[in-house]
Write a protein that binds this ligand. Structure first.
Ligand code: ADP
Ligand code: MG
Length: 147
């Protein structure tokens, strides 16, 4: 895919650096926004989310845990932040029971891990953050902002 959006890439060498990159990206997010976090298991999507949520002022990074099992976590703040993980969802009807449609109308930041599984059902414009494994603890992190 050749992005028409604006992209920026970082190289992280530790979970702490990834979290800090999340804080940096958060400073450029304005609500309402949809952010897809894309990457393999353990690429660092949840670690980056800790930084995003901390940077948005919605929670301390250490209080952010993976929504893999609860599917959706809500952080009260200004803006409000939703952190969602669709890893365990396989079918569109299951996604529809989550009631995401109502979130798009809120003035919120919506972070979604594994959202690309249902990309056609999610609204745009949006941000995509791709995380890829390098050697050992290295991760390449590319943030693309789509018109
Ligand atoms: P995901 O949500 O993509 O499955 P997590 O953030 O939950 O990934 O886990 C990332 C794992 O990789 C953690 O165990 C973390 O300690 C480890 N890790 C090692 N190096 C990095 C890095 N540079 N950035 C993020 N996580 C890293
Ligand atoms: Mg995760």
């Amino acid at each position: 895919m050749s992005p028409d959006g604006t992209s920026r890439t970082w190289r992280s060498r530790s979970p702490e650096q990834t979290r800090q990159i999340g804080v940096e990206i958060a400073a450029a997010l304005t609500a309402p926004a949809l952010v897809l976090l894309i990457g393999d298991l353990s690429a660092g999507k949840t670690t980056l989310s800790k930084g995003l949520i901390e940077g948005l002022g919605a929670a301390d990074a250490e209080d952010v845990v993976s929504p893999t099992f609860s599917l959706i976590h809500e952080y009260e703040g200004n803006p409000k932040v939703y952190h969602i993980d669709l890893y365990r969802l396989d079918r569109l009807p299951e996604l529809e029971t989550l009631g995401l449609d109502e979130l798009w109308d809120e003035d919120a930041i919506v972070l979604i891990e594994w959202g690309e599984k249902f990309a056609d059902s999610l609204p745009g414009p949006r941000h995509e953050i791709r995380l890829t494994h390098g050697e050992a603890d290295e991760r390449a992190i590319t943030w693309t902002q789509w018109g």
